[in-house]
Write a protein of this length. Structure first.
Length: 409
């Protein structure tokens, strides 16, 4: 299979990066505007699929079991010119939350089956369809009620990616008492609608897929979170898990995202004061429309390929942060390191007999086990400090528990 050995400012080709990912969730890192290319090694060509066990995600570390439910949402304030008259922006969202009595509820797959098959078929790896990982989320399980509403974080995926590609982080937050809401951004994702329609990223025409469009999706989802105080925002009125209505706290909401989703998180946080804290996972910060205004609320960046030292857009965004701010980088991390890739790629590499160098060519030199622990610990510490006022000191400076993490001045 041919892969594209570079990342350009227009983004690498979907087929090239998905081929490199071997369907393990990497997808295309975003860029919006043209500019210089970045070196990126091609992944090794896959051998015929061996007999293998199902891919696994690490279990969350929090004290609570996790529940999950999908929502079918329609933003009637935004007409959909691609779908035609009478159609509006249509999104799938998934809520992850601390749950109880989960034993009789099935666990959710990493991606809906139809979307996962489309994802694999797009890169010629349909034979891996039976190996898709399962999550820790129990579908429809009752919400754990503790007497206080749950703080909320919304998640925005990267370009040509999907809402499950950071499940490790999402279910980690839910296991520690958060409601995490992931969004499938229409026309730039692989997802499945309740009526069986399978959506894939647009291939041959420009759609509403700029960071500003993603940011508008996030703000609409915040509206839906507010609606969950008393009514079901699902357009099909499907039954919600017991206890979900009224369990989310719209006064404590944050946002995070990877790549283009990180840029979208910055856009949404600048525009919407309901987002009390924002986190970007290696977002390029190439904003369209251009950056405007300063931000006085907490914002954290986990950098890898896109850094203030190498990217003027990232440096310009950093200069607009007037409140609490932090920029960290894990040594050896690459663009896809802050996500499920670090848990899944080593398993794919083992199944296909990759060498250690071949695996590093794809996920970088950051130790995968350390990478998973980093993405479980640092987002949780950030949102705990700024949404719950729980300070763990992990964000104060370098930690011996995470020797790869450097704090950028």
């Amino acid at each position: 299979m041919t892969t594209t050995p570079f990342i350009s400012r227009k983004g690498i080709s979907r087929r090239g990066m998905l081929g490199a990912a071997l369907a393990a969730g990497a997808a295309v890192p975003l860029a919006v505007t043209a500019g210089p290319a970045r070196a990126h090694p091609a992944a090794p060509a896959p051998a015929p699929a061996p007999t293998a066990t199902r891919l696994m995600l690490p279990a969350p570390t929090g004290p609570h079991p996790v529940g999950t439910v999908q929502l079918h949402l329609v933003d009637r304030s935004r007409p959909d010119a691609i779908a035609g008259p009478g159609h509006f922006r249509e999104l799938m969202a998934t809520v992850w939350y601390p749950a109880r009595d989960v034993g009789r509820y099935p666990v959710a797959p990493w991606m809906p089956a139809g979307a996962f098959q489309a994802f694999l078929a797009d890169v010629g790896f349909s034979d891996l369809a039976s190996l898709g990982p399962l999550t820790a989320g129990h579908v429809g399980a009752p919400v754990l009620r503790t007497g206080r509403r749950l703080p909320v974080v919304v998640f925005s995926h990267g370009a040509h990616s999907h809402q499950g590609d950071h499940t490790v982080m999402v279910q980690e937050l839910a296991s520690h008492g958060y409601a995490a809401v992931t969004v499938a951004h229409q026309y730039d994702t692989y997802t499945e609608y309740p009526d069986g329609r399978i959506a894939v990223p647009l291939r041959d025409r420009q759609g509403p897929t700029l960071p500003g469009d993603f940011a508008a999706d996030l703000r609409f989802v915040l509206d839906c979170v507010e609606q969950l105080a008393g009514r079901n925002p699902d357009v099909d009125r499907r039954e919600l898990p017991a206890g979900l209505l009224g369990s989310l706290d719209p006064r404590r909401m944050g946002a995070f995202g990877w790549s283009k989703g990180g840029t979208a998180t910055a856009c949404a946080t600048l525009a919407d004061e309901r987002i009390r804290a924002g986190l970007s996972l290696d977002g390029p910060m190439q904003m369209n429309p251009p950056l405007a205004g300063d931000l006085d609320r907490p914002f954290m960046m986990m950098s890898a390929a896109f850094t203030r030292a190498t990217d003027p857009e990232v440096a310009a965004f950093w200069s607009r942060l007037r409140g609490w701010r932090l920029d960290i980088r894990a040594q050896g991390a690459v663009h896809i390191s802050y996500g499920d890739n670090e848990a899944l790629f080593p398993q794919v590499a083992k199944a296909y007999g990759w060498s250690a160098q071949q695996l590093q060519d794809v996920i970088g030199t950051l130790d995968p086990d350390q990478a998973v622990k980093i993405q479980q610990a640092y987002p949780l510490a950030f949102f705990d400090e700024h949404l719950r006022h729980r300070r763990s000191h992990l964000l104060d400076g370098p930690s011996p528990a995470f020797p790869a993490v450097t704090f950028l001045p």
